[in-house]
Design a protein around this ligand. Structure first.
Ligand code: URP
Ligand code: ZN
Ligand code: ZN
Length: 463
């Protein structure tokens, strides 16, 4: 099957130009002006549309046991929602519970995803326990295409690991070329602040934010980067939320240290006041790190523009308000931490970034697709429009108006963090490896067509 995408404006991280795109099977065959229609079995008219590489979301939590419940989207509903929003690849997290071997965790997550995912996916591995052969097992994971690990400096007693473990893991990646993703918040300090708040009877959602100060994030980011520097390895800070933390990344990068960081739409567009909503609605905005004061937001946008931040992911971790968030009605520490967003990332960053003049079109593509592919060992197969790349393509209508709402979204969750946000710009047609999976609001994909992606070590973070 050959498909010709005709008369569109091709946008990559580097260039914007008028061209046709010829797809043969699952791959892009040619990009050029005036490709003859006779070369194709099927022609898609992309006049007035932008032709971009599909979005890559490197931070999602589908079907994840957490906070006494399980995240509401599984690999079927979560990847379908992602596709509606123009995301054609995601990287989720397999969790190695304490006492479990890494291999076992990987097998569990493979089972969760197979026969369900509609787009291609990779897995990071969350390490909670470096047992006797743990370092060798990290190498074995890399050989399986799991070329990145997440470590937690927060959530003591659940996911948090100590500095010695972090340093050992970083040192191992200096040898095997994987990338460590760091949840950087000082878990010890936060835990003491949480216990103090509870003792004072402060149990409402807002105290989730009050007990996780930006300084606790900045301190951990500083420590994570220092340990990576000593180990001689790059490091990637996940869900960076504050100016304080951003300053640490920028200072390190200015010194030439290979430190990288992502932020998420919620930290760019929402602020801490959301947690004070009445009727327990603040619980909808309980995730970690928490939302910050408004003055942080323009600093993060500026960080994206000037490459102090390299990626926008979602940290999609949905819990329904009605029967999951309410687990913490009487105690904010029991509210499952996480929020939904996998469907809205491109819409929000395009509208508030490109339309508002904060980001160029090319920088937009770089942040949501190309750099994620490079850093996580998928480039140039993913995140690029070029001959030989997978035909993961979004035909983006820059003029389509869209109202974000839980009433119309495809995520399996009963609220939207961005309810009532109006955006201009939306995915019209989405192709995954040459196959149309979304077209004008209709779904044509199927559960199980998505493939596990074996990712290469020594990706862009090492260059
Ligand atoms: O609150 C959040 N972010 N939940 C997901 C787990 C994590 O820390 O990324
Ligand atoms: Zn995290
Ligand atoms: Zn996360």
């Amino acid at each position: 099957m050959t498909t010709l995408i005709r008369s569109g404006t091709v946008v990559t991280a580097e260039r914007t130009f008028a061209a046709d795109v010829l797809i043969e099977g699952e791959k892009i065959r040619d990009i050029a002006a005036g490709i003859p229609v006779e070369r194709a079995d099927r022609v898609i008219d992309a006049s007035n549309l932008l032709v971009m590489p599909g979005g890559i979301d490197v931070h999602t939590h589908l079907d994840m046991p957490f906070g006494g419940t399980v995240s509401a989207d599984d690999f079927e509903t979560g990847t379908r929602a992602a596709a509606f929003g123009g995301t054609t690849t995601l990287i989720d997290f397999a969790i190695q519970a304490r006492g479990m071997k890494m291999r076992e965790a990987l097998d569990i997550w493979w089972k969760k995803a197979e026969n369900r995912a509609t787009i291609d996916y990779g897995l990071h591995l969350i390490v909670t326990d470096l047992y006797e052969a743990g370092l060798e097992d990290m190498d074995a994971m890399v050989a399986e295409g799991v070329a990145s690990f997440k470590l937690f400096m927060a959530y003591p007693g659940v996911l948090m690991v100590d500095d010695a473990t972090i340093f050992k893991a970083l040192s191992q990646t200096a040898k095997n070329g994987a990338l460590i993703c760091m949840h950087a918040e000082n878990g010890g300090v936060i835990d003491v602040m949480v216990q103090r708040a509870l003792a004072e009877g402060k149990k409402a959602p807002i105290y989730h934010a009050m007990t996780r100060p930006a300084t606790a994030e900045a301190e951990a980011v500083h420590r994570a980067i220092a340990m990576a520097e000593i180990a001689g390895a790059p490091v990637y800070i996940v869900h960076l939320s504050s100016e304080d933390a951003l300053n640490q990344v920028r200072e390190a990068r200015d010194r030439g240290v290979p430190a990288f960081a992502e932020t998420c739409p919620q930290y760019l567009l929402l602020s801490v006041e959301e947690l004070a909503r009445p009727d327990f609605e603040g619980a909808k905005y309980v995730f970690t790190p928490p939302l910050r004061e408004k003055h942080h937001l323009p600093k993060l946008w500026n960080g994206l523009k000037h490459d102090h931040l390299q990626v926008v992911s979602t940290d999609h971790c949905p819990f329904c308000f009605a029967d999951q968030k309410t687990l913490g009605r009487d105690d904010f520490t029991k509210i499952p931490n996480g929020g939904p967003g996998v469907e809205n990332r491109l819409q929000l960053i395009y509208h508030h970034g490109v339309n508002q003049g904060r980001l160029s079109l090319n920088r937009f593509v770089e942040l949501v697709s190309t750099t994620p592919a490079k850093l996580f060992g998928l480039y140039p197969r993913k995140g690029e429009l070029a001959a030989g790349s997978d035909a993961d393509i979004v035909l983006w209508d820059p003029d389509e108006a869209h109202l974000i709402s839980a009433a119309t979204h495809h995520m399996r969750v009963d609220y939207s963090m961005f309810e009532g946000f109006s955006v201009k710009g939306n995915a019209r047609t989405v192709l995954s490896r040459g196959e149309i999976i979304v077209d004008k609001g209709a779904f044509f994909g199927s559960a199980g067509r998505g493939r596990f992606l074996k990712r290469a070590a020594r990706g862009g973070a090492w260059k």
